[in-house]
Write a protein of this length. Structure first.
Length: 149
């Protein structure tokens, strides 16, 4: 790995970490700005289906934020990043997702476990999320096919 690839990988890590902080903190404008204009969120029928385009992504995240209680009532903990730089403008990443409820009085804090499968695009020198999918592992198992490039 070159120094440039290492720096690009770190920029992508920061992108996914910002996603979790902004979503959990209900900072929807900042969250939606992490996506390309033509981005697609592939969350499956149990979680709103495909959200196509930044405006749709913003509206759907706002709807979820409005229904989830206080900021940081849910935590999207992402770990084990596996990032591959495919070209100067395309990268692929996979992250473990631990989705946890933090509100007082919850007997079971686990919401779901999954794997984010992302495609990133570099637009005007900035890495953004172009496609994201959650491969659900628990409590329901629904894993998509591997992405090909």
């Amino acid at each position: 790995m070159t120094l440039e690839e290492l720096l690009e990988t770190e920029n992508i890590k920061q992108l996914r970490i910002k996603y979790s902080h902004y979503f959990d903190g209900k900072k929807i404008e900042e969250l939606s700005d992490l996506f390309t204009e033509d981005a697609i969120c592939e969350f499956g029928p149990d979680y709103g289906g495909d959200w196509i385009g930044r405006d749709s992504i913003r509206e759907n995240f706002q709807r979820y934020a409005d229904g989830e209680g206080p900021p940081y009532g849910v935590l999207h903990a992402v770990t084990n990043p596996m990032i591959e730089i495919k070209s100067e403008t395309i990268a692929h990443g996979r992250w473990y997702l631990h989705d946890l409820m933090t509100q007082e009085g919850q007997k079971n804090t686990q919401i779901l476990y999954g794997i984010y499968d992302d495609v990133y695009k570099k637009v005007f020198g900035r890495w953004l999320i172009y496609r994201t999918r959650i491969d659900f592992l628990w409590p329901k198992r629904k894993v998509g096919p591997p992405r090909t490039f």
